[in-house]
Design a protein around this ligand. Sequence first.
Ligand code: PNS
Length: 162
Amino acid sequence: MNNCAIYPGTFDPVSLGHVDVVRRGLRLFDRVVIGVAENPGKHPVFDLDTRVQLVQATFTGEPGVEIVPFSGLLVQLAQQHHASAILRGLRAASDFEYEFQMATMNRRLDSEIETVFVMAREDYTFVSSRFIREIASMGGDVASLVPAPVLPLLKQISTRSG
Ligand code: PNS
């Protein structure tokens, strides 16, 4: 059976930092299933369908990558896909506490699923979806931070906020 990892996130929107994590994940796993979380508690700017479509457009034709929306527990998604691991990217020490809590809680929910961290490429350590949205909404240039299919949508939020 091939080795599968779930890469979960809100992807609001997907960034080149996320793409880097997926590429690193593919070196370790045969399959990476990108789980796009509905995450209503985070009040995403882009709706779930849009976020899924942007991730799909980013990874079109990429072997070993599958994209699924989800709204339940992450460990349940991992179980459904027979994933042996949850993949997460670490940018800086400041990410660690939240990631550590989440990994520990997920292990309590299913001790068979291991959380695996990869370190994002140095040039993406400062990249976050929140900054990307903020910069784009104020008319700043984010072309070097997001996959090409994301740019037209970010231009829309820039137009919307005047
Ligand atoms: O990109 P994000 O916002 O850091 O991703 C957060 C995500 C989607 C990984 C997290 O919110 C999540 O796992 N949601 C699913 C619900 C769940 O399983 N919660 C318990 C985790 S301890």
